[in-house]
Design a protein around this ligand. Structure first.
Ligand SMILES: NC(=O)C1=CN([C@@H]2O[C@H](COP(=O)(O)OP(=O)(O)OC[C@H]3O[C@@H](n4cnc5c(N)ncnc54)[C@H](OP(=O)(O)O)[C@@H]3O)[C@@H](O)[C@H]2O)C=CC1
Ligand SMILES: O=C(O)[C@@H]1CCC=N1
Length: 267
C-alpha cells in the first residue's frame, strides 16, 4: 500500500478486520508521525521506502493524491524490482487513467483502476474497478477478491470511472453533509444534539436498509412516507424550493468534471 492516508488506512483496516494477516500487508508512508501511528495501531510494517515494500509484493496499491503519482512512479522505476515476479498495480487515485501508469511501468504491466469509498472502513465499501490494457481475467479476479473483503465490487469500462467517482467515491460526503444539516436543524427545533444525532443516524441506516432490501425504488419509498397534506409534503416542498434536486445534478457533474481534470493535470 503506497500512501497511508485516509483511504489507504480505510483499506488496510478493512482488510485486517476481514482476516488478512498483518504479515501480508506493508504500507509505504513518507510522513514520519503517520508512520508511527499506523504501525502502532495496526501492528503492520510501515516503511518510507517504496523499493523496500515493492520487492516481493504481488500487488501494489497506490493511495496517494493525484499530484504525487508521478513521484511514486519515478520511485518504482528506480527500484531494482524482481522482474520475473509480475505485480498487479491497483490505483485508488481519483482521475488518473490507467494509461498514465502503463506508459511509465515495464511493458505489459497489469493496472486496475479502482474507485473505492471510505465505508470500506466498516466493511460496507462500494468499490468500482476498471481494467487497463494488459489486465487478464485473473488480475481482475484478484482485485475483486481483495476489495470484496471490504464491501461490494462493480466492474465498469474506464470511460465511466469519472462519473462513478461523482456517485460513490465522493458519495459518502454528501450523506454526511445531509446528516450534519439535519442534526443542526433538529437542534434548531429544540432537540438535544445527542437525541437528534441518534435519530438521524438510525433514520439514515433504516432508510438505506429499506432501499437495499425492500425491492422498491426510492421514489415509491418516498411517496409512502408522504401523507396527503401532511408533514413530509410540507418539508419536501421546502427542499424542492431550495433546489435540492438541481443541486445534486450540478454537484455530481462538478465532481465528474473535477475527476477528469485531476487526470490531466494532477493538481
Ligand atoms: N478519501 C476518500 O474518500 C477517497 C480518496 N480516493 C483517492 O485516494 C487517494 C488518497 O486520498 P486520501 O487518502 O484522502 O489522501 P491523504 O492525503 O489522506 O493520503 C495520501 C497519503 O499518501 C502519502 N504520500 C504522498 N506521497 C507519498 C509517497 N511518495 N510515498 C508514500 N506516501 C506518500 C501522504 O503523505 P503526506 O501527507 O506527507 O503527503 C498521505 O499520507 C487520492 O488519490 C484520492 O483521489 C479515492 C476514493 C475515496
Ligand atoms: O475528493 C476526492 O477527490 C476523493 C476522490 C473521491 C473521494 N475523495
Amino acid at each position: 500500500m503506497i500512501g497511508g492516508g485516509r483511504i489507504g488506512e480505510a483499506l488496510v483496516s478493512g482488510l485486517l478486520q476481514s482476516g488478512f494477516a498483518t504479515k501480508d500487508l506493508v504500507v509505504v508512508e513518507k510522513f514520519p508521525a503517520r508512520t508511527e501511528e499506523l504501525a502502532t495501531e495496526y501492528s503492520i510494517r510501515v516503511t518510507d521506502s517504496i523499493a523496500d515494500a515493492a520487492e516481493g509484493a504481488d500487488v501494489l496499491v497506490i493511495a496517494v493524491k493525484p499530484g504525487d503519482v508521478d513521484v511514486v512512479l519515478a520511485d518504482l522505476g528506480k527500484a531494482d524490482l524482481d522482474s520475473d515476479r509480475e505485480k498487479l498495480l491497483m490505483s485508488l487515485v481519483a482521475g488518473v487513467p490507467t494509461s498514465r501508469y502503463e506508459n511509465k511501468l515495464p511493458a505489459g504491466s497489469p493496472v486496475v483502476r479502482v474507485m473505492p469509498n471510505t465505508p470500506m472502513l466498516v466493511g460496507e465499501g462500494a468499490s468500482v474497478i476498471a481494467a487497463g490494457r494488459h489486465v487478464k481475467p485473473d488480475h481482475l479476479a484478484l482485485a475483486r477478491e481483495i476489495l470484496e473483503s471490504v464491501g461490494t465490487v462493480t466492474v465498469v469500462p474506464e470511460s465511466q470511472i469519472d462519473a462513478v467517482t461523482a456517485v460513490s467515491g465522493s458519495g459518502p460526503a454528501y450523506f454526511f453533509l445531509v446528516a450534519e444539516a439535519m442534526i443542526d436543524a433538529g437542534v434548531a427545533l429544540g432537540l438535544t444534539r445527542a437525541t437528534t444525532t441518534e435519530l438521524v443516524v438510525q433514520t439514515m441506516t433504516g432508510s438505506a436498509a429499506m432501499l437495499a432490501r425492500s425491492g422498491e425504488n426510492a421514489a415509491d419509498l418516498r411517496a409512502a412516507v408522504t401523507s396527503p397534506g401532511g408533514t413530509t409534503a410540507a418539508a419536501i416542498r421546502e427542499l424542492e424550493r431550495g433546489g435540492v434536486r438541481t443541486a445534486f445534478y450540478e454537484a455530481l457533474a462538478a465532481a465528474r468534471d473535477r475527476s477528469a481534470a485531476l487526470g490531466s493535470s494532477g493538481d
